[in-house]
Design a protein around this ligand. Sequence first.
Ligand SMILES: [Zn+2]
Length: 287
Amino acid sequence: MADKRAFAQFDVGYLDNPKIQEILDAGPYAVLMHAASILYCAQHLTDGKVASGHMQRKVGGTAADTKVLIDKGLWHLPGHDCEHCPDPEEGKVYVHDYTEHNRTSDGVKRASQAGKRAAAGRWNKDQDDAKGNAQRMRGASKPHSAPQCAEDEIAMPREKERERETTEAKASVPRKRAKRIPEDFAITETMRAWGRENTPTVDGPQETVKFINYWQAKAGRDATKLDWVATWRNWMLNAKERQSGNKPNATENARSILQMGRDLQEGALFDGSGTNQPAISQGSFGG
Ligand SMILES: [Zn+2]
């Protein structure tokens, strides 16, 4: 079950949190046990459920430390009254607000499946099944939208702030600096829909793998783009043209010229190196 890339989220202010400070005063082992429980749940994808005795043994804590964590509301016993957290099964505790800050097992599975689909699926297969990949990958760990209980919060408001900033930055792509292709570049549902509409005959996943390989292997400023999705769309249009023997019909021609115009407006085709070489010309290296 252990995933070498598994991670848990800790607020950088974790040890300065007033509640954690109180517990530190009472005894550091309880804090260690709390941290251990978060790490354990993240490693084993237990969705916040953990055996308190296991955590005691792991760090050398005692039943008294467990009681401190329960009294302070950081761990919940079955039948607890925190309205944000589900009940653990008998014999376990639930780490307060765990899924608010960390990945659920479902979310991890879905993200992994979405990645596989992007590599192996085809445009017209699994349409319904694939719906909403991108949102799920991003929003997987948000099981409820209730406001957090502020006084109980061992939370990471800054983490959320950063998430929001990232999302907003993505919404205003043209202002961004040219960057190399993101390591996690993958077909989102929006891209899939665009592909079905504009390049239905192209094997999207296979072309996307070529696209990623090409740009990952390429060095220098030519390999930085302002908008990788726009670059990808151009690649797909080129792939379609190659299929039809480099003789796109008038409609296709008009459409790709229209698309180029749109991309130019978005500032997507230029890589910022001053050569004004449209990215669309790069596509012919891909196949
Ligand atoms: Zn709770």
